[in-house]
Design a protein around this ligand. Structure first.
Ligand code: C2O
Ligand code: CU
Length: 484
């Protein structure tokens, strides 16, 4: 798609005018915002609690403050987030602030940036909320993410670029409605996805294994897919008025599910990815990998009752259906979107940064190659043939650009996530200052992708596949800084 067409579509949808060009604050305002540094304090207790997903059985999940998802953190850019974590779980735990380039000691990776917080222990996380955007937080210990330990984290900008009439946050979650969620003793998916159901038949019966064995778990067969802790038909509707500009902050907090999303009868525009603003881009079907975030906007100009549907890309049916209901339309069935095969699935190569990132050219003298691969022995999921902690680290020098070539030599997609930095996706169709910034990127099966990042945040940073089962299995390494 050319930029002109996108621009025209955007005008048509009535979102134009506010879309292009940055809003720069007067220096005085900026100064004030910087110096205020208000502390926002939150108290989280992690403990097992009985929960339900609005429909279906109650079961025991691992929670922050007894809820799934955990409490929402919503602050202004530049404020200080302080979270006092108390661990009432039977196991050690940590919290990771996914996507935020904070100081290393607060990153929450056990054995890498901190000792895990033992049962009955406490730990205080404190960091500056920067930059603005849609983030989330989650435990970084073992399979705890898939047991319920995660929540939304939104950093609002000092000044919003578009003025939205409505804003909703949608956290997409895959669930097993049994005690302990995804690690419950249930059937496991074969490692190479549903299409290879027969390939590893012996191991599919992972449900018979005793938990706590050293062998990593395979992905579960999920029995439910939730939005903000609720499944169909209990999912809270999105309520709009005709003419509203609606923003949706979409977070994929799932442990082992990628989704395709589509909204019936409205044009959806991507406005941000992983918190970073992009030139608004219309999408037919939005694909979102584990750990990724997309902010999208639509103009409510078709009164009625509709559905925003999301389907597991591996299964192909819409397990998640969110009603979109206009004011005054109280009757009738909600109309689902169609997923026609000729619809385009969104790709990051259609996106460009809203504002140029400069200076684009700097010496890039660190090159890495990361081959993502399946092995038939344990670890199954490897980088360059090894599983963490045997994988090689990526050693960078402060102030230099690091360039990574990823080769996905496996038949599965992998959402690769880098802590502590945003990387830029090399896109030969546009000039480098418009390459988008992300912290998690869904690599398609057999895809090759190049990214680069500025090594500007010293420490030890985890770098891994955000499919939790692949991560625990070994698809991880660390970015470390060379001492100078
Ligand atoms: Cu969302 Cu290493 O994590
Ligand atoms: Cu993976």
């Amino acid at each position: 798609m050319t930029r002109d067409i996108d621009r025209r579509k955007f005008l048509k949808a009535g979102l134009a005018g506010m879309a292009v060009g940055g809003v720069s604050l007067p220096a005085a305002v900026k100064g004030a915002a910087e110096s205020s540094k208000k502390i926002r304090e939150f108290h989280f207790t992690a403990y097992p609690a009985s929960v339900g997903l609005g429909n279906g059985p109650e079961f025991k999940a691992w929670t922050y403050n007894g809820k799934i998802p955990g409490p929402e953190i919503r602050v202004k850019e530049g404020e200080i987030i302080r979270v006092v974590l108390k661990n009432e779980l039977p196991e050690p735990t940590t919290i990771h602030w996914h996507g935020i380039p904070l100081q290393n000691a607060m990153d929450g990776v056990p054995g890498v940036t901190q000792d895990p917080v033992p049962p009955k222990g406490t730990f205080t996380y404190e960091f500056v909320a920067k930059p603005a955007g849609t983030f989330f937080y989650h435990s970084h210990c073992g399979y705890q993410l898939d047991q319920g330990l995660y929540g939304l984290l939104v950093i609002e900008p000092a000044r919003e670029r578009l003025s939205y009439d409505q804003e909703y946050s949608l956290m997409l979650e895959d669930w097993v409605m049994k005690d302990h969620g995804g690690i419950a003793r249930i059937m496991r998916r074969p490692p190479l996805g549903p299409r290879n159901r027969n390939f590893m038949d012996g191991r599919v019966m992972g449900g018979d294994k005793k938990l706590g064995e050293k062998e990593p778990l395979l992905e579960p067969y999920y029995d439910s897919y939730a939005v903000n802790g609720k499944i169909v038909p209990a999912i809270d509707p999105i309520r709009v008025k005709k003419g509203d500009l609606v923003r949706l902050r979409i977070v994929n907090a799932s442990s082992a599910t990628n989704y395709d999303l589509r909204l019936a009868n409205h044009e959806l525009f991507i406005t941000h990815t992983d918190g970073n603003p992009v030139r608004p881009q219309q999408v037919d079907i939005l694909r979102i990998g584990m750990g990724e975030r997309y902010d999208v906007a639509f103009r409510a100009n078709k009164p009625g009752r509709w559905l925003l549907a999301a389907r597991d890309t591996g299964l192909g049916e819409s397990q998640i259906r969110i009603p979109v209901i206009y004011d005054g339309i109280s009757q009738g069935k909600s109309i689902p979107p169609m997923f026609w095969p000729n619809f385009e699935v969104s790709t990051v190569y259609d996106l460009e940064a809203l504002e140029p990132v400069g200076p684009p050219e700097q010496k890039k003298d660190q090159y890495f190659r990361q081959v993502l691969q399946w092995a038939s022995e344990i670890p199954h999921w490897t980088i360059n043939g090894y599983g963490y902690p045997k994988t090689e680290n990526l050693t960078v020098r402060k102030g230099e650009w690091a360039h990574i070539e990823y080769y996905n030599h496996s038949p599965m997609p992998h959402p690769m996530h880098l802590h502590g930095h945003f990387f830029r996706i090399v896109n030969l169709n546009m000039s480098p200052e418009y390459w988008i910034k992300k912290d998690t990127f869904l690599f398609d099966a057999h895809e090759t992708v190049h990214v680069e990042f500025l090594a500007d945040n010293p420490g030890r940073w985890f770098h891994h596949c955000h499919n939790l089962y692949h991560m625990v299995d070994g698809m991880a390494n660390e970015v470390v800084y060379k001492q100078t």
